[in-house]
Design a protein around this ligand. Structure first.
Ligand code: ZN
Length: 228
């Protein structure tokens, strides 16, 4: 068994359910109730994962935003992303947590930890360190591989659960940028994360290359029901 689970397809609902389960478990644990603006490092804490900032040099394929070292239960975030817009850090941390939940074989990690404890103080070679997951800051998600998409989708479910967005949209006009920026600030996410999520729900539609926000199909259907 490898520390990485074999590739599998996760339906969106299944990724969303996993994110919601973590939020519910946190809600039920003293000092871990999730709050918005959201801090993804609290989730890492809850899952007993460390988060450190470090200089991660680019490799032959380019810049690296973050990586996870499963056998050390450690998420490393490139300190260079401190300069990125608001929400990027939360999104990156949540993305790495997504890899931990969806792609890493926890039994194997525990086995390695036990093995490392046993090996402590001996000269025996430690178990081979596994390759970390390396994640890049990509411009568009269309190009990234499926597991990267899964981790990012998990991140958006974790940072912007549907019930919180239902709450935040109340009394607001989602076709106004000023209202979206307020919601963004209250959630602690980036504006592009937020508009992607809202478009996924069909609450708004922003045609490619435009600034104009239109009501999405779910919003239109809702109105038709209301007036039909
Ligand atoms: Zn990744």
């Amino acid at each position: 068994m490898s520390i990485l689970k074999p590739y599998r397809f996760y339906p969106r609902e299944s990724i969303e359910r996993r994110a919601n389960q973590i939020l519910q478990r946190m809600q039920a644990t003293p000092n871990f109730a999730p709050q918005w603006p959201f801090e993804a490092s609290l989730v890492a804490d809850f899952l007993d994962l460390g988060v450190v900032w470090d200089h991660i040099p680019p490799d032959s394929e380019g810049a690296i935003a973050a990586r996870i070292l499963p056998d050390q239960r450690l998420i490393e975030i490139n300190e260079e992303i401190l300069e990125k817009p608001q929400g990027f850090i939360e999104s990156t941390t949540a993305h790495e947590i997504g890899h931990w939940i969806l792609h890493i074989n926890h039994d194997e990690v525990d086995g390695i930890s036990r093995q490392l404890e046993l090996d402590l103080g001996t000269d025996d070679a430690a178990p081979a360190a596994e390759e970390p997951f390396v994640c890049r800051a990509t411009a568009g998600f269309s190009k990234i591989a499926s597991i990267e998409w899964q981790a990012q989708y998990f991140a958006s479910c974790l940072l912007m659960p549907r019930y919180i967005l239902e709450e935040k949209r109340t009394g607001r006009d989602l076709t106004k940028w000023s209202h979206l920026y307020k919601i963004r600030d209250e959630l602690g996410v980036s504006i592009s994360n937020l508009t992607n999520r809202l478009q996924e729900f069909g609450w708004i539609k922003i045609p490619k290359g435009q600034r104009q926000i239109y009501p999405g199909h779910a919003a239109i259907d809702g109105q038709q029901r209301l007036f039909g």
